[in-house]
Structure formats: structure tokens, C-alpha cells
Ligand binder design. Sequence first.
Ligand code: BDR
Ligand code: CA
Length: 309
Amino acid sequence: MKPIILDVDTGIDDALAISYAVNAPEVELLGVTTCFGNVTVQEATRNTLLVLEHLDSSVPVIPGAAKPLFVSRVKASATHIHGEDGIGNTLTNMSTREASKQYAPQFIIDQVRSKPHQVTIITVAAMTNLALAIMQAPDIVGIVDKVVVMGGAVTRAGNVTPHAEANIYADPEAADYVFASGIPITLVGLDVTMETLLPKKDVQVWRDKQTALGTLLADMTDFYIDAYEDFYPGIGGCGLHDPLAVGVAINPDFVKTKPLYVRVDLDGFHSLGRTVGDLRSKPAHEPNMDVCLEVDAERFLEHFLSKVV
Ligand code: BDR
Ligand code: CA
């Protein structure tokens, strides 16, 4: 079992990623660290605890950064996509479980140091927690197994702006700091996550199970699919952004990658937060990450659906 840490801003697709990670036998979830993004860090922590309660999982939830490293550019509320509460307006009760008293960056440092060359960190939110961890403990760069990042769009349009993807835009400086740190990265961007769409018919299967978990995930995912239909008329499903990052950590064969040098545009007026990949035949720098450019959506979806509920 591969030890993983999942860094989230729960969020509907984050909730699906958590459920997938808890249920997949290939990985051992050491902890879920939370960050701002889709919602505030407090709301992300609350939503994460609720999902884990439905999974009957005692995996620790460790709150992290409440704001970006330098500049707050976005309001932590993607209500049009994720609902007022971040989980499709399904929040009717609070979990009775409590979050850890630790701070997410410290948790990341402790786990990586205690299991050298083993831990995979999966970030599916703003990258602030990981950036803070590396600033405080640069040695983790050389002893983490790898980092799988859901973020960016190297070969296609952004989602939160014409050029930028939401997780990178939420804290571009943090993302760029991590990209430049030398830590081994696999980038799971919109390049591939927009190819893995979940239609309503699959969600109905979860509902038909008549379990608390199936109903909760079905209710929030139906909201998410409706929001996608509003945003991208005719798309026929929602993007499984965060679950695909977990899928790639479980089985790198779900995707084809290319080694590229990628940095984040930090001063572009129209393109702030864009992940700029050097796609030239003779790039000026050595690659700093593997960028996912193709996905076997069918095989990934089959695995995801067999585990998530
Ligand atoms: C990413 O942004 C968030 O809204 C989602 O949870 C996902 O992590 C997609 O751009
Ligand atoms: Ca997310």
C-alpha cells in the first residue's frame, strides 16, 4: 500500500477524491490536509470531516493555510460550481469528529521525514500548504516519493480565467515556488481532467445503493453536473479533476506524460496564474515535471466507479 497525503479544499470533486482514496486498497491515506480554495479552510475542514464520517474513516484531518502566501486575489467561494456550503448545498448536519490540532505543513513534514522515499503527496487545492512545508523543511524535496498536482492547463484554456486553472490561480506564487523547488512532480491539469467526465447515469447507481454515503455523494455530484451543464452547455457530465489526481497516484498507467519545464506566470496581466510549459523542440531548461497529456478515461472511470461508493 502506497502511503499518501491528500491536500484538499473540499469541494465536490475533492469529496469524491477523498472517498476514492479511502476505499482504494492500493493506497494508505495517512491524513487529509485542508486549504482554502473552493471554500474557506474552516469550511473545507468541516466538509472533509463530514465525508470521512460517512466513510466511517478515522483518517486524521489537519487544517492548513487560510490564505495565499502573498496576495489574496480570489474570494474562497466557488458557490456557482460547488454550492453555498462547498458540497452542493447538502450540508444538513455537522460531523461530531474533530480536526487535528496540528498544522498541515508540519504534518506533511513529519510524515515525509518519518517515511523517507515512500510518501506521495496529492495536492488538489491551492498549493500553499506544500509550499510552506518546503520553505520550512527543504530536505523533504529529496525524500518525498512524489507529488501529484491537480492544477494548471499546459495545452488548453484555463477555467477560472481564460488562461488559469483554479488551484494555481488561488495561490500562483505557492505553485511556482513548488515547481521551482526540484521536488518530483506529476502535473494532472485540465489537459486530462476535462477528458474524464462523469455522467448522471453513473451517479444514479450510487443513489440506488441507498446508503448514507451513496446518497450524500449522489446529491452533491448531481449539483456539480448541473453546474457543469450551465458552464459548458452540452458537456454531459462533470470533470473528475481531483479524483483523477488520486487515480494517477494509484496507477500512473492511466495517463501518458511528457517531461516538460513548467513555471507559473506571476506577472501577466491577462494570464496571471497560467502554467507556462516550454513546448519548444529545444527548451531552455531541463524538465521540472511530468505533465499528463493523454488519459485512458475509460479505464480510469472504471476503476474510480468500482471504488468510490
Ligand atoms: C480544481 O478547482 C477546484 O474547484 C476543484 O476542486 C479542482 O481541484 C479544478 O480546476
Ligand atoms: Ca479541489
